[in-house]
Design a binder for this molecule. Structure first.
Ligand SMILES: [Zn+2]
Length: 232
């Protein structure tokens, strides 16, 4: 038993569902990774590197501090752990990060076209734009730098050029939902683009209103996380 068991179980459930539903790109691969912030600590629960997600047990999920030191776990953490930690350092309104190789969003990663807010229920959760993060090799400081440079827009979904997607959330459940919302938006956006016709985003007034609604919840969580960390 460990005080981190609940976090590990949560990460495992999400990882296995996403893997089984094709969001990591290959059922037998180990692409994609999932993490959650440990409340009040400079640490995360994150999927291990190179292990098949089908065979994972919750005890295999790693606990890693913000300096990449392993606190618990037999296996090395995901090579993308640095990217996850960069999100938690930069965005106190985020408690979960899901990096996928989801197929439809990956198409956008090849045409390098940011996706505007297309549906109000999606924009409410994911933000008013899905930006493209310029390419850098997986697990490198360059990729971390490129991701960090985009986080200031306070959105919850990003496309990693020639790679996949990065989905954030106030909870793992919400980051997980954003994975699905991003995929739906990407699928319909690509189909709409293929018609060659003009694409209508939602009106700017609605998009601005949704940004305001999201901002209120984001500010609350950021303030709570700041307080918890300062209490340490
Ligand atoms: Zn990846």
């Amino acid at each position: 038993m460990s005080k981190y068991d609940q976090y590990k179980k949560e990460v495992l459930a999400c990882t296995q569902w996403l893997s089984e539903h094709g969001y990591f790109g290959a059922l037998r691969g180990t692409g994609g990774n999932v993490s959650v912030r440990i409340e009040g600590e400079q640490a995360v629960a994150v999927t291990p590197s190179t292990l098949s997600y089908r065979d994972l047990s919750f005890a295999d999920i790693c606990i890693v501090d913000f300096d990449l030191k392993v606190i618990e776990g037999e296996y090395p953490p995901s090579v993308e752990t640095g990217m996850h930690i960069a999100v938690y350092r930069n965005r106190l309104d985020v408690n979960a990060v899901v990096h996928t190789h989801q197929v439809k969003a990956s198409v956008l990663s090849l045409i390098n076209r940011p996706m505007p807010a297309l549906y109000d229920e999606v924009a409410l959760h994911t933000g008013d734009v899905v930006e493209i993060v310029p390419y850098a090799l997986s697990g490198t400081p360059e990729l971390i730098e490129n991701v960090s440079a985009k986080l200031g827009n306070n959105c919850h979904c990003y496309i990693l050029q020639n790679h996949g997607a990065l989905n954030l959330g106030a909870t793992l459940e919400k980051a997980w939902l954003n994975v699905e919302l991003l995929e739906k938006s990407a699928e319909t956006y690509i189909a709409a683009l293929s018609t060659g016709r003009e694409i209508t985003p939602i009106p700017a007034s609605i998009s601005d209103l949704l940004v305001e609604i999201r901002k209120e919840a984001q500010d609350k969580l950021a303030a709570k996380n700041k307080e918890l960390l300062e209490a340490q």
